[in-house]
Design a protein around this ligand. Structure first.
Ligand SMILES: [Zn+2]
Length: 328
């Protein structure tokens, strides 16, 4: 483990292996007898802002499962099993994806099953309690943690009870809130406001059609598993919602982004000019969004990762105005 931590620090900083080892040794010296070598390595990592996600053998509660884990063990109840969604991969073959929603008393988590993995769900039912060993985690498009099956992952049904599942989101789980009342991260809220700005500097990101991995510029947009592929262009648009009192940064993705843009049937396919045009035309729309608040380190503010969105129609707004006038 110490070696792994040292490697991680070397990878993420300008330091050489020798320099890291020296720093670990001097930390150990400094806290003589108080910290182990591993403890010292963790301290050094922390000083350089390198995040070490600990692989733990014991079962985790869902709330403590975060992106980037290479080994996660969890016992949870199956809250939902989605239907299979199919898509065409770059070889023209059919790909499949299916989700299990898992829950325990601390929260819920999505587990995605790809291709032949989808068969796992055939043997399971809602309300089953399962034990998962050696799964790994990723961050999904919306910033949520997603559990995934690797080659060493084991899943089995167990004879244990999980009585109460804490539901944080889902239909009806969004609390109607005014923008100026928003304070905390990780809240599921519904807010309304006018779209005053849409940022289109970099509205697209690319996904591998076969495995859904994000294709990064650093890798020349090649998939680590599938090499050169015809990418699927996904949309992520930051926008500013204003209610006349305060504004908040929101991020809309794909279908919800197209809804704001009034481009439900448009395939932008990476066309920057086209999406800029739609964005320009969409300013001033009044929308209602449902989503999760998160802290944005870069801007040092709370923002909303949007899950659902409705554009308020003019007639609807007029009716509301009339109702308001009647009640005065
Ligand atoms: Zn791929």
């Amino acid at each position: 483990m110490v070696e792994e931590i040292i490697q991680k620090i070397v990878e993420e900083t300008e330091l050489s292996e020798e320099e890291v080892k020296e720093q670990v040794n001097s930390k150990e010296e400094e806290f003589k007898g108080l910290v182990s070598e591993e403890g010292a390595a963790h301290l050094v990592a922390k000083e350089h802002g390198v995040k070490i996600v600990k692989d733990v053998d014991k079962d985790l509660k869902i709330e403590s499962i975060v992106p980037g884990m290479s080994k996660a063990n969890v016992k949870a109840k199956i809250v939902d099993i989605t239907d299979i969604n199919t898509f065409e991969n770059s070889d023209g073959e059919e790909g499949k994806v299916r989700n299990l929603v898992l829950g325990d008393e601390t929260g819920t988590l999505r587990m995605s099953l790809w291709n032949e993995q989808t068969e796992v769900a055939d043997k399971l039912d809602k309300e089953d309690v399962i034990e998962i060993n050696n799964a790994y985690t990723r961050e999904d498009n919306r910033g949520n943690t997603e559990l995934r099956i690797g080659s060493n992952t084991k899943i089995k049904r167990i004879d244990e009870e999980i009585e109460e599942v804490k539901k944080e989101s889902g239909r009806g789980g969004y609390k109607e809130t005014r923008i100026e009342e928003i304070e905390d991260e990780n809240k599921y809220l519904e807010v309304e406001g006018e779209v005053v700005q849409i940022y289109t500097n970099s509205p697209f990101y690319r996904k591998c059609p076969d495995c859904n991995n994000t294709l990064r510029k650093d890798d020349d947009y090649k998939c680590k598993e599938h090499g050169d592929v015809e990418p699927i262009y996904k949309i992520a648009l930051p926008m500013i919602l204003d209610n006349g009192f305060k504004n908040i940064r929101c991020i809309v993705f794909n279908e919800t982004a197209k809804k704001v843009l009034g481009a439900e049937n448009i395939d932008f396919a990476g066309d920057l000019e086209k999406i800029k045009m739609y964005a320009e035309e969409s300013k001033g729309k009044r929308v209602k969004v449902k989503g999760r608040t998160q802290y944005n380190d870069f801007f040092d503010t709370i923002e909303i990762v949007v899950n659902e969105l409705d554009v308020r129609q003019t007639e609807e707004l007029l009716e509301q105005k009339i109702e308001e006038m009647k009640s005065v």
